[in-house]
Design a protein around this ligand. Sequence first.
Ligand SMILES: *Cc1c(COP(=O)(O)O)cnc(C)c1O
Length: 453
Amino acid sequence: MSKESKIFLGEKDMPGQWYNVTADMPNKPLPPLHPGTKQPIGPEDLAPLFPMELIKQEVSSERYIDIPEEVQDIYKIWRPTPLHRAYKLEKYLDSPCKIYYKNESVSPAGSHKPNTAVAQAYYNYKEGVRKMTTETGAGQWGSALAFATQHFGIDLKVFMVKISYEQKPYRKSMMNVWNADVIPSPSNLTDSGKQILAGDPDSPGSLGIAISEAVETAAKDPDAKYSLGSVLNHVLLHQTIIGLEAQKQMEMAGDYPDIVMACFGGGSNFAGISFPFLGDNFRDGKNTRVVAIEPASCPKLTRGQFQYDFGDTIGLTPLLPMFTLGHNFVPAKIHAGGLRYHGAGSIVSQLLRDDLIEAQSVRQLESFEAGLAFAKTEGIIPAPETSHVIAGVIREVNKAKEEGTKKTILFNFSGHGIIDLAAYDKYFAGELQDHEVTNEEIAKSIGELEKLV
Ligand SMILES: *Cc1c(COP(=O)(O)O)cnc(C)c1O
């Protein structure tokens, strides 16, 4: 058994296919519905927004899908990513558990997001698309897609949630370095943005609103396509390279995880690390626990309701079957912008319904304490999103101590927090608070969904 603290995979051993968990799920996710007819949508309904290859992946039930050579070639700028054994965190926690983490912070954008950004930019490029639109919360997705689109000579317009635009100016700078045009959302450039501003001129924005603006802009321009950084099946698919690499690396370490964990915004990094291990559960009778960690201020998995809802605030997307807080839910301004989304992807939602995965919520202050413990031991400063899963890992370690058990935990280190240092400053200044939504707030925004389906 290896005593190394980092396990590297050679470029030649990088997986050449993504894994599609729907091939092995006992119950398949429900189909997206057309909001007008309430019938399942067909490929032609999505064609104005996405290239055909991504639409095919969205509905595919093939177990493995080839990663194009051109995509692999760009992945190799930073992939395969290292798997670390967190010896120093284990020591600090006096942990009976082994803790491994997959380090996705080594990508050019600093997170897992380029795994799908590069694939999406490539398929758009192949189908002749030279203009794309998207939204971004904390700026992680926008910077990942900007990195990817400029590689293929595609122009990118990014609607950035206004509160993050103000809190995270350097994410905007990164997008500008990679040629993207960045607009604070809600904006006056779209009908969606104008509608929100009419109701609340000081709206901090939300991912749902920014999605409406980006979708509207792409839908109105026949030459432009839209791209989403989480939630959708094809996005989750592209992220599975994380877990596929981790499986090989855990094998090299002579270990196999009892628990696989990730933080949860729309589900992409969670799916990325966990779906290949869930495949082992489904096909080989393994019993790995798979746990998603979401913020207490935006608790769609632990307190949301499973039902058809829009992916955006205005209601421009198809209706998706998901655990949701309602598309009008505007989460508190926590410093984990990437987790401030009202719903979960339809695959993850089905898995949760079937009790095949678990979810827990963590409050903001607990997440910062955990992030600092990690930074002080393992050295890398986590993104505020990533700190949520670290808090979840610490809970599991404490539980194992109480129970007198020893587990092997694998978690996804989704990104670094070097561009989020302002949030750490606020934490040190005592300016951050815990936000927990009330039952009334949730009941109100979910109640508004009754007439949808
Ligand atoms: C975007 C982001 C997340 C949350 O998005 P998911 O789609 O749920 O993975 C988590 N961590 C980081 C660093 C992010 O940038």
